[in-house]
Design a protein around this ligand. Structure first.
Ligand SMILES: *[C@@H]1O[C@H](CO)[C@@H](O)[C@H](O)[C@H]1NC(C)=O
Ligand SMILES: *[C@@H]1O[C@H](CO)[C@@H](O)[C@H](O)[C@H]1NC(C)=O
Ligand SMILES: *[C@@H]1O[C@H](CO)[C@@H](O)[C@H](O)[C@H]1NC(C)=O
Ligand SMILES: *[C@@H]1O[C@H](CO)[C@@H](O)[C@H](O)[C@H]1NC(C)=O
Length: 454
């Protein structure tokens, strides 16, 4: 079925520059700083550690240089860095309540006695990167000094001098007019420092996340990632609420993403208190479908082995990090509470996620790949969380997956016969794929881990 898509003449654009990807025949370009060609990965303080500044009574959990050093140590020593989790990111409440005599932001002297520059060196010495937080407006959300329009250049220069590698620019205490000026200005100011600094913009989250207030073409040109929607909380309700908003708006959001420019549904809360093991797998799977940045906000010092196994699952990370960077979509929302998500991947592969909103018992869902509009042929299937190769399927084979309540079954699917298709070439098409997606050249082959054998 859908042979007409395969026969569609290949539309070639030889003058494509390296930072552009053809998605649905629309050319979009990413912020030209060469960074974050796949969704950034690492650790971010906010959801778990918030604005805890009480180092006297809560020294292990307060926002201080020790917390970030601890997390850097864990990322470097516990196998995270090798999997791509390289950013150690500071959020709100790191700074002093006053700028210094020259008007520059400065770290709180009691909680960051070594200063941010020293912390950056500590992080860099371990092969990691340091992210920092600022807020376009009079104050940060936590009430610390904000970055008003006249301070943008100063703050960009300060961060670059300190050796910071990423900036999250929040939007509390500013209005739409200031945001429209400030977010592009900061992008220019970061570029002018000459230091590659990944740029996360909270702008859309403050303006409802949708056109016409938000222009995703413009965002992709000035930011590497952007928060579209509200903050995640440590609960399954929060994960569901975020996921539902992203999927309801997928026609707008999905084409906005690509190498160097990502929608950000917010942090991974896996390893905290709010999610069961099944719900944790579901967050990881759905974030991979969404090509979401993977910033864990948890305590890496005390993580359970179940949480660690999910967050370090090489197959789901490889899917999240697919070099094509094409975000996935929800295909089906069944009346029985089952939803099916799908994302196209390099090497003619794809991923399917079967998700259950049910609250009774594991549900046996039966379908065929043909019903999901896969084209004729045989497919190899790898179950991501089972860690097993499944029986080969033809597009017509009826199969049944058993999906736990608020859980997922996630598959990596790869066609067995793909002679005649040359997906890594410019204009290559994806045979297992029912929509007319084409991609530019300059893509790297997906680097599946050695245990990921199909
Ligand atoms: C600044 O922008 C130019 C042009 O878009 C780009 O070539 C350069 O790599 C950027 N530099 C940094 C540090 O982001
Ligand atoms: C936005 O804030 C600026 C600076 O505080 C102010 O001059 C301007 O009037 C505000 N605009 C709107 C639309 O509220
Ligand atoms: C959105 O931004 C792009 C790139 O900056 C621009 O070319 C386009 O005109 C904008 N669209 C709207 C509707 O403002
Ligand atoms: C399959 O394709 C048909 C025809 O384009 C469409 O109506 C249907 O919604 C698609 N099914 C899925 C699961 O995407």
């Amino acid at each position: 079925m859908n042979k007409e898509y395969i026969r569609t003449p290949v539309y070639r654009m030889r003058s494509l520059v390296a930072f552009c990807v053809l998605v649905l025949s629309v050319t979009t370009c990413a912020l030209d700083n060469g960074l974050m060609r796949t969704p950034p990965m690492g650790w971010l303080a906010w959801e778990r550690f918030r604005c805890d500044i009480n180092c006297k009574d809560d020294p292990k959990n307060c926002i201080s240089e020790n917390l970030f050093k601890d997390m850097a140590d864990r990322l470097a020593e516990d196998g995270w860095k090798e999997l791509g989790y390289v950013y150690v990111n500071i959020d709100d409440c790191w700074s002093s309540m006053q700028r210094d005599s020259q008007g520059r932001l400065q770290a709180d002297p009691d909680r960051f006695p070594g200063g941010i520059q020293k912390l950056a060196s500590y992080v860099h010495d371990r092969g990691l990167k340091l992210g920092i937080y600022a807020d376009l407006g009079t104050h940060t959300c936590g009430g610390y000094p904000g970055t008003t329009l006249d301070k943008i250049e100063t703050d960009a220069n300060t961060f670059a001098e300190w050796g910071v590698d990423m900036l999250k620019l929040d939007g509390c205490y500013s209005n739409a007019t200031e945001q429209e000026k400030g977010y592009p200005l900061m992008s220019k100011a970061l570029n002018a420092t000459g230091r590659p600094i990944g740029y996360s913009c909270s702008w859309p989250a403050y303006q409802g996340g949708l056109p016409p207030k938000i222009n995703y073409t413009q965002l992709g040109e000035i930011c590497n990632l952007w928060r579209n929607y509200g903050d995640i909380e440590d609960s399954w309700d929060s994960v569901l609420n975020i996921m539902e908003w992203f999927m309801n708006n997928q026609d707008v959001l999905q084409p906005a993403a690509g190498p160097g420019r990502w929608n950000d549904p917010d942090m991974l809360i896996i390893g905290n208190f709010g999610l069961s093991v099944d719900q944790s797998r579901a967050q990881m799977a759905l974030w991979a479908i969404m090509a979401a940045p993977l910033f864990m906000s948890n305590d890496l010092r005390t993580l359970s082995s179940e949480a660690r196994a999910i967050l370090q699952n090489k197959a789901v990370i490889s899917i999240n990090q697919d070099p094509l960077g094409i975000q996935g979509r929800r295909l089906l929302k069944e009346k029985n509470g089952i939803e099916v998500f799908w994302r196209t991947l390099s090497q003619s592969a794809s991923t399917l996620v079967f998700f259950s909103r049910r609250t009774d018992m594991p549900y046996r869902y039966t379908t065929t790949l043909a019903k999901l509009n896969y084209t004729e042929g045989n497919y190899k299937v790898y179950d991501v969380f089972l860690g097993q190769v499944m029986p080969t399927l033809s597009h017509m084979t009826a199969f049944t997956v058993s999906i736990n309540p608020s859980g997922v079954v996630m598959w990596y699917i790869s066609p067995m016969e793909n002679e005649g298709t040359r997906p890594e070439e410019e204009g290559g098409e994806y045979p297992n794929f029912r929509r007319k997606y084409r991609v530019s050249s300059h893509q790297h082959p997906i680097n599946f881990p050695p245990n990921f054998i199909l």
